[in-house]
Design a protein around this ligand. Structure first.
Ligand code: PLP
Length: 371
């Protein structure tokens, strides 16, 4: 048996009539490029806002742009420092540098892989203007501690929700807790388009309006360029695909949780050989990724491959230890938890369509490998 890491072809086959019709409608309408007059983009923005429980959601070209545009719209730039976790996809820190500010890396909490609020507190200087908690793998960061820290130091909180559509902290959906939230709809995310796509929310409507303007050449309406912006629009086809898929997001997240529960039942007796995801009581996890830890990770990954099971590492190197940040002089000893995690983490197959038979096959292969 072969178990893929994700199976977007199967998802498409299940949705094909609706998706094909949605795409054909955009083409027939020649409603290709996003903007405030694109009805597909407007419909998706309204539907996602309703799903999130906010008044307004705005789209842009991708999740990296969403981070960057919100930070820029919040007035953060040259000379400012922004605290980011040491473990994430590079977009989180890249966006900070792109607006001329400096990313400052804080180590992670080893149980949840999200930013450690105490380490974030220790990284604050008089230049710190914002913090970007990442809800990594689908589990929210410790938002109570982060919001308290931000209130004490007057920091702007931007939640990176690229991996956590629908995850909750307490009763609240991620993206609605901080001052702003950014989302990615990259194809493999819990809600994914058929190309690049992203979007953002902000509590302060002036920041949201400014961000909308930045994403579309600084125009609140056509040919009225209030500022210089950029071209970061969601296109009509992506909006139509996302609108079609949004209807399934909650049940897909439920299926992911179900698969995670099945992994837990079948692997928990392996004890210390393999550490399973830990979920904090106040948080709900939407399992964008199912990440385990093993002291013999590379051997485990090889054994899974031989058993026909695809796995991956998210991510092999902590952000500050990447070549891109070599000049910052951060060493593994400065971020011990992220460094150890990067040697031990392994993402097992996780997608809503994963069958019980596939999960059993993966678990059997894991068991054989570690025992
Ligand atoms: C995917 C991702 C992004 C960026 O999204 P793109 O749409 O690919 O630009 C940002 N942050 C995290 C944590 C991500 O996983």
């Amino acid at each position: 048996m072969q178990v893929p890491f994700v199976d977007l072809k199967l998802q498409y086959r299940n949705l094909q009539p609706g998706i094909d019709q949605a795409i054909a409608a955009v083409i027939a309408d020649t409603a290709f490029v996003g903007g405030r007059d694109n009805k597909y983009v407007c419909r998706f923005e309204e539907a996602f806002a309703r799903w999130l429980g906010v008044d307004q959601f705005a789209t842009c070209a991708n999740g990296t742009d969403a981070l960057e545009i919100i930070l820029h719209a919040a007035g953060i730039g040259r000379g400012d420092e922004v605290i980011v976790p040491a473990l994430s996809w590079i977009s989180t820190s890249e966006a900070v540098s792109a607006i001329g500010a400096t990313p400052v890396f804080a180590d992670i909490d080893p149980d949840t892989f999200t930013i450690d609020p105490d380490k974030a507190a220790a990284a604050i200087t008089p230049r710190t203007k914002a913090i970007v908690p990442v809800h990594l793998y689908g589990q929210p960061a410790d938002m109570a501690a982060i919001m308290a820290l931000a209130a004490r130091h007057k920091l702007f909180v931007l939640e990176d929700c690229a991996q956590a559509h629908g995850a909750t902290y307490g009763e609240e959906k991620v993206g609605t807790i901080g001052d702003a939230g950014s989302f990615s709809f990259y194809p493999g995310k819990n809600l994914g388009a058929y190309g690049d796509a992203g979007g953002f929310v902000a509590k302060d409507t002036r920041i949201l309006e400014r961000a909308r303007m930045i994403a579309n050449h600084g125009q609140p309406k056509k040919h009225d360029h209030q500022i210089e912006g950029r071209n970061s629009r969601l296109d009509g086809i992506q909006a139509a695909v996302l609108l079609e898929k949004l209807q399934h997001l909650d049940s897909w997240n439920e299926d992911r949780r179900h698969a995670a529960e099945s992994y837990r039942r079948q692997l928990e007796d392996l004890g210390s050989c393999i550490v399973l995801p830990r979920i904090d009581d106040k948080r709900s996890h939407v399992f964008h990724l199912y990440v385990v830890r093993s002291k013999t990770r590379d051997a485990l990954m090889g054994a899974l491959k031989n058993a026909g099971v695809a796995s991956a590492i998210h991510y092999p190197t902590p952000l500050p230890l990447l070549a891109a940040y070599a000049s910052r002089g951060v060493t593994a000893a400065d971020i011990p938890e992220a460094s150890t995690a990067c040697d031990e983490i392994l993402s097992l197959p996780m997608f809503p369509e994963l069958t019980e038979e596939q999960i059993q096959h993966v678990c059997k292969a894991v068991r054989t490998a570690v025992s």
